[in-house]
Write a protein that binds this ligand. Structure first.
Ligand SMILES: Cc1cc2nc3c(=O)[nH]c(=O)nc-3n(C[C@H](O)[C@H](O)[C@H](O)COP(=O)(O)O)c2cc1C
Length: 178
């Protein structure tokens, strides 16, 4: 099973990566999946701002003036059996990094490509609920043809509490699954 994790945080070792690391461990230790897990950190990818020309929508994405790594991420998504995607909440919505990538993929709202592929999405926030951010993510992935899944009825908006000690957080999350 190929699993793709996409991190929409500009922080290399931030809260979103912490949750992805925990997912990876859970998948390895509880589900027995130890290989074929890859992470794409959007901050490490060259993703230009959308020019708004609509070439990708009206004609084809080959007409896009941006020559960067958006297609490479799309190809990784096509190959994955399961996609985990996380974004920090920035002012009640997803990060600009994540939103820019989603905007660049807007042509896929017209030409869905995920064909029922399972996607688990989550946000991390400081203190507040993140319904708006989750809605943004969910809307994009549903429009691209994915099946958005939710595990164990746990909220997809994970409040990290800005000051929480890392070890406490890890223990708290571990106890959810043990
Ligand atoms: C620019 C900015 C805006 C933020 N806006 C919110 C917000 O509206 N609500 C909230 O609860 N937390 C907010 N936060 C806190 C982050 O969502 C939270 O710390 C998140 O877990 C950071 O994830 P990361 O470490 O992976 O980047 C904001 C943080 C930043 C840097």
């Amino acid at each position: 099973m190929k699993i793709l994790m996409i991190n929409g945080s500009p922080r290399k070792k931030g809260n979103t990566q912490l949750i992805l690391d925990l997912f990876e461990r859970l998948l390895q230790e509880h589900v027995g999946i130890s290989q074929d897990i890859i992470t794409v950190s959007l901050r490490e990818k060259v993703i230009e701002l959308c020019h708004g020309c609509r070439g990708c929508m009206v004609n084809s994405e080959e007409f896009c003036p941006c020559k960067d790594e958006v297609k490479d991420i799309e190809n990784k998504m096509k190959k994955a059996d399961l996609i985990l995607i996380g974004s920090p909440v920035y002012v009640e919505d997803i990060s600009g990094l994540m939103k820019n990538w989603i905007d660049r993929m807007a042509y896929r709202c017209h030409r869905p490509f995920l064909n029922g592929k399972r996607v688990y999405l989550f946000t991390t926030s400081g203190a507040k609920a993140s319904n708006h951010a989750i809605r943004t993510l969910k809307h994009a992935f549903l429009a691209w043809g994915a099946e958005v899944i939710q595990w164990d009825n746990y909220s997809m908006g994970i409040r990290m509490e800005a000051e929480i000690a890392r070890e406490n957080l890890k223990n708290r999350l571990r106890s959810v699954y043990n």
